[in-house]
Design a protein around this ligand. Structure first.
Ligand code: SF4
Length: 375
């Protein structure tokens, strides 16, 4: 077992460690934890139930204020139409999330889970990030434990890790001062783990953070996982600038080498996380495939529907077959997993995976576009 690295060592490695050394250390941990020369992925979709939000995060192009021309809040039936699409596409999990909408109380969130479980029992509802749950507790005048318990009782079992950005108060004050504090984000996840949920943890980097902030984020997660285990995976992605207020401040964007470095340091530092997820989606397909050699053992989902990155003009599309082929091309065996990271399908002796015509990526689709450049 590789020796746990301390905070200062983490900062030094992130700042000064040669990329090749980081890669080698990360790959050692990766193969210690996941020895199979394989990479997992999930058939999923990321629709939204509302874009109304009170947080005004400067890095976000997705939200609208209530009353805006293109603001929307879906009824439960309207939200279920996304699950119907997912069912038709053979998807296994739906990550539904939205803005911090003060008009939506606990009954609405419980209603979404109940409807999903009753009408689409074969689809796993991976709904609501910590800030949404925190806002739900606030406007419903109940504790976060009551919110989580009600969702558990309605049949929810996992929670996505979005909304953390970087768990450093300095960073929060700079980019999302109206949003919950880092300690509150962690309280949601720790309470969820106590109840029995499994959750993921994410990080959005490449804006105002310093290397120390990244290690503070990883250190906070590692300590929490030691105390109350429940995180399945860590998922970093880079900030996308287009159409966001923060683009006026952040004049650069983090490229492929920064992504490889972040993945590798995460794999080394988070020695109590089973999985590190790389992404064809958030970084583009070329970088995504290469990044599998920097400590990652999972390739995320096919993301049938998505609007948050799309709002920043960052559009990438794939399908079931393409993901399988990308993983093979990168030198790994593709394995389909569920939201708990259990393997549910192998592709041994299969060449192309049949994808219905209406779900295939087409020549005319923008499949690997990085519009996140200086303008
Ligand atoms: S990132 Fe989330 S919380 Fe922040 S403004 Fe966008 S929708 Fe709202």
């Amino acid at each position: 077992m590789a020796k746990r690295i301390a905070f200062d060592e983490g900062v030094k490695l992130l700042k000064e460690g040669p990329l090749a050394e980081l890669q080698q250390l990360a790959q050692e941990v990766r193969y210690e934890k996941n020895p199979r020369q394989a990479v997992t992925f999930v058939l999923d979709s990321n629709p939204n139930y509302t874009n109304v939000c009170n947080a005004d995060c400067s890095f976000c192009a997705f939200y609208r204020h209530e009353g805006a021309k293109d603001a929307y809040t879906k009824s439960i039936d309207e939200a279920m139409q996304h699950l119907e699409l997912a069912r038709r596409a053979g998807l296994k999990t739906v990550m539904m999330q939205g803005g911090l909408n003060d008009n939506l109380k606990l009954e609405y969130y419980v209603g979404l889970i109940k409807a999903a479980r009753e009408r689409y029992p074969d689809i796993h509802p991976h709904f609501f990030t910590a800030p949404e749950l925190w806002n739900c507790a606030r406007v419903s005048n109940v504790s976060i434990r009551e919110v989580l318990q009600a969702l558990w009782d309605a049949g929810q079992r996992t929670i996505p890790g979005g909304g953390a950005e970087i768990l450093s108060e300095r960073v929060r004050l700079a980019i999302s001062p109206k949003k919950m504090e880092p300690g509150a984000w962690m309280e949601v996840h720790e309470t969820a783990h106590e109840i029995g949920f499994r959750t993921t943890a994410t990080m959005m980097y490449g804006h105002v953070e310093e290397p120390e902030d990244i290690i503070i984020h990883l250190d906070t997660l590692r300590k929490a996982q030691d105390r109350i285990p429940g995180f399945t995976a860590f998922i970093p992605w880079s900030y996308k600038r287009d159409r966001t207020l923060l683009r006026r401040t952040v004049k650069h964007w983090a490229g492929a080498d920064a992504y490889f470095r972040i993945l590798a340091i995460a794999r080394i530092y988070l020695d109590n996380f089973d999985h590190i997820q790389a992404s064809w989606f958030s970084e583009g397909k070329e970088t995504g495939m290469k990044s599998l050699a920097y400590g990652a053992d999972d390739f995320g989902g096919i993301i049938f529907e998505e609007n948050v990155h799309r709002a920043t003009n960052f559009i990438a599309k794939t399908d079931h077959n393409q993901v399988v082929q990308m993983i093979r091309q990168a030198g790994y065996e593709p394995l389909q997993r569920d939201t708990f990271y259990n393997i549910i399908r192998t592709y041994e002796n299969e060449g192309e995976v049949e994808v219905p015509e209406d779900q295939r990526v087409k020549e005319t689709d923008r499949t690997d576009v990085l519009l996140n450049v200086l303008q």
